[in-house]
Design a protein around this ligand. Structure first.
Ligand code: ACO
Length: 273
């Protein structure tokens, strides 16, 4: 485990966990914490075997958003410092969005502003039913910015995104599923077990297949159908090359022996790390 000032990073086998650790401030993101997240992502990048990143918070908060005092109020009269902390925040958001590993947000509690964005950027969001999500920016006179509106627009429907951005009203983890902000909600007592099961499933997949699935999804969102087909075919050949045709030689060979049913299970991989 690596302990940064306000973030703890654990890498165990194929799974990295980034735990925001400033519970006395509801894991609000001060400039040091933004840097800590960068440092954690850099350490994960150096480990080519990481397939899954779990992001979560300590205590009763996932993330209370930007530290309103340290990032906005105090540096406001020093434009360079003000801009620097904002740039630091949006740059780890960009990195996380395009990170090749599958990202899972484990939303254990309060989830506001840039924390709302952090959850929404992850590929999968598992939340405690009791968690509270919100785009609170309108409540202090601004709007969801720095990527948060993008997250709302790309996860929620128009009527929902605008309602919650305009009113600043919060919603629960249970509501987050039907609003498009979470994949699944479970009672808080079951959150760890639920995430562990999903992470185990992801960690059991081929690392190149996981990365390619993310890449192809992102390009499918951007491209029209004919162009997307081109990318998908090219990526299949690339994946075959990178894995030495594991899907044919191992996965479908196991199917030929009826060792598993692909509709219900994954083939058995035995990757060395
Ligand atoms: N920035 C700075 N400090 C914060 C933040 C924040 N975003 N969130 C919580 N804190 C601090 C509180 O000020 C308090 O500090 P104190 O002990 O020095 O008084 C401490 O964390 C504990 O918070 P409480 O408000 O006492 O906890 P409570 O359980 O009553 O409420 C809640 C929790 C609802 C999360 C509340 O703290 C809150 O509204 N925070 C702001 C959330 C928000 O609007 N975030 C968006 C930020 S803007 C952005 O991300 C772009």
């Amino acid at each position: 485990m690596t302990s940064f000032t306000h973030v703890e990073l654990t890498i165990k086998d194929a799974v990295a966990t980034i735990q925001l650790n400033r519970p006395e401030k509801k894991n609000a993101l001060n400039p040091e914490m933004h840097q800590n997240i960068h440092d954690a992502l850099t350490e994960i990048e150096h480990d080519r075997g990481v397939k899954v990143i779990v992001v979560t918070g300590t205590g009763d908060a996932f993330c209370g958003g930007m530290d309103l005092e340290k990032c906005f109020l105090e540096p406001f009269d020093e434009p360079e410092a003000f801009d620097a902390s904002n740039q630091l925040a949006v740059s780890w958001s960009r990195r996380l969005k395009k990170f090749p590993a599958a990202t899972v947000a484990k939303v254990n509690g309060w989830c506001f502003g840039h924390g709302f964005q952090l959850a929404g950027l992850c590929d999968i969001v598992v939340t405690a039913e009791e968690a509270v999500f919100g785009m609170s920016e309108i409540n202090f006179g601004i709007f969801p910015g720095g990527g948060t509106m993008w997250v709302a627009a790309h996860n929620m429907g128009r009527k929902q995104a605008l309602y919650y951005a305009l009113t600043g009203e919060s919603f629960t983890g249970l509501q987050a599923v039907s609003l498009g902000m979470a994949t699944r909600a479970v009672p808080k007592a079951e959150l760890d077990a639920e995430v562990d099961a999903i992470v185990a499933s992801l960690a059991g997949k081929n690392v190149h297949a996981l990365r390619t699935t993310k890449h192809v999804y992102e390009s499918a969102v951007e491209l029209d159908f004919p162009k997307s087909i081109d990318v998908e075919l090219a990526k299949l050949y690339e994946l075959s090359y990178l894995t030495e045709n594991e899907w044919i030689r191992k996965a479908l060979e196991q199917f030929k022996r009826r060792a598993y049913r692909p509709g219900l299970q994954s083939y058995t991989i035995d990757e060395e790390r």
